[in-house]
Design a protein around this ligand. Structure first.
Ligand code: ATP
Length: 293
C-alpha cells in the first residue's frame, strides 16, 4: 500500500468533572466524550528518503517536529526501525486549539494509517497504548463514538452515546485559550455545579437527548467564561434559537449546542456567523478514525 486516506474526527464533551490532581501535575477527570462528524482529511503517502514530511492547508499548525502527527509517525518509525519516508498531508477543518481534540485526532489517524501503510499488524489496544504516549485524548480518538473517560482521560468505558444524526452546532470564537492555564486556574472549592455522569449515561442509553442537553456540565467552563464574554454570548444565541442545551467543550473556547430541530440550528448558525467565522452545523457520529477511498 503506497498511500491511505483517513478521516480524523473531532470530539465534544458532554460533561467534564475534575476529581483531583496527580503528583505529576495531571488532573484526574471524569468526562463524557462524543465524536462528531467534523473531521480533518489526512493523506499518508510513502516517499523516497528516510524522513517524515508534513503538508497542510492550515497556517495555524506547525509543519515541523512540533506537529503531533510528526511525533506519532516518529514513535512508530523508531520503535519498528522503519527506514522508509512518509508524507502526511493534513486538510484542516477542525478548529485549532479549540477544545475539540483536533491534534489528538490527527495523531490517532496517523497511528491507524501507518499501521496499515507499514504493515505493522498492531492491534487496536496496542495502538491506543502508543497513542497515550502522545496525549490523553489520543486513545479515545482512535475508536471514537462515545465513552466515559476517567483517570487522566485514558481509562475508557464505551457507552451508548448520542444516536447518529443529532444536530450539533459548533462555534469557535477567535480567542486563544491555554488548556494548561484553564486547569491551573480551576479552584474545585469554587465549583458550583458538577455533572452527574451516571445519570447522563443512563439518559443517553434511553436516547433522552432533552435530559442530557439540560444537564450537561463542564466544570472548566466557568474558568474560561470568566475571562471571555464570548462563551456565554454564544450559549445565549444558541438557547435563544431553541437549542435543547449549550455548553463549552474541553477547556474551550468552542461552544456547542444540541438541537432536535435542524431549522432552529440553521437559524442559530446564521446569527452566529454575523460575529464569528468558525461556525459548523454537524451531526453526532459513532465513528473514530475512518479509512476511506
Ligand atoms: P484538546 O481538546 O485535546 O485540548 P485542542 O482542540 O484544544 O485539543 P489542538 O487543536 O489539538 O487543541 O491544538 C493544540 C496545539 O497543538 C495548537 O497550538 C497547535 O498549533 C498544536 N498542534 C500541533 N499539531 C497539530 C495538529 N496536527 N493539529 C492541530 N494542532 C496541532
Amino acid at each position: 500500500m503506497n498511500s491511505i486516506d483517513l478521516k480524523s474526527r473531532a470530539k465534544i464533551n458532554l460533561s467534564i468533572d475534575v476529581l483531583g490532581k496527580r503528583d505529576d501535575g495531571y488532573h484526574i477527570v471524569e468526562m463524557i466524550m462524543q465524536t462528531i462528524d467534523l473531521y480533518d482529511n489526512l493523506k499518508i503517502t510513502k516517499i523516497e528518503g528516510d524522513f517524515i514530511k508534513i503538508k497542510s492547508d492550515s497556517e495555524d499548525i506547525p509543519l515541523n517536529q512540533d506537529n503531533i502527527v510528526y511525533k506519532a509517525a516518529d514513535i512508530l518509525k523508531k520503535r519498528f526501525n522503519i527506514k522508509d519516508g512518509v508524507e502526511i498531508s493534513i486538510q484542516k477543518n477542525i478548529p485549532v486549539a479549540a477544545g475539540m481534540a483536533g491534534g489528538s485526532s490527527n495523531a490517532a489517524a496517523v497511528l491507524v494509517g501507518l499501521n496499515k501503510v507499514w504493515n505493522l499488524g498492531l492491534s487496536e489496544s496496542e495502538l491506543k497504548e502508543i497513542g497515550l504516549q502522545l496525549g490523553a485524548d489520543v486513545p479515545f480518538c482512535i475508536t471514537g463514538g462515545s465513552a466515559l473517560a476517567q483517570g487522566i482521560g485514558e481509562e475508557l468505558t464505551n457507552i451508548h452515546g448520542l444516536s447518529e444524526g443529532v444536530n450539533i452546532l459548533v462555534c469557535k470564537p477567535d480567542i486563544f485559550v491555554s488548556t494548561k492555564e484553564v486547569y491551573q486556574s480551576l479552584d474545585m472549592n469554587k465549583v458550583q455545579k458538577r455533572p452527574e455522569n451516571q445519570k447522563l449515561i443512563e439518559s443517553l442509553k434511553n436516547d433522552d437527548i432533552k435530559y442530557v442537553s439540560e444537564n450537561m456540565v463542564n466544570v472548566l467552563e466557568e474558568v474560561t467564561a470568566s475571562k471571555y464574554k464570548e462563551i456565554k454570548q454564544i450559549e445565549a444565541t444558541m438557547m435563544k434559537n431553541k437549542a435543547l442545551g449549550s455548553m463549552m467543550s474541553g477547556s474551550g473556547p468552542t461552544v456547542f449546542g444540541l438541537f432536535d430541530n435542524k431549522e432552529y440550528a440553521i437559524k442559530a448558525k446564521e446569527e452566529l456567523l454575523i460575529d464569528y467565522n468558525q461556525v459548523y452545523l454537524v451531526n453526532s457520529s459513532n465513528k473514530g478514525v475512518e479509512i476511506y477511498g
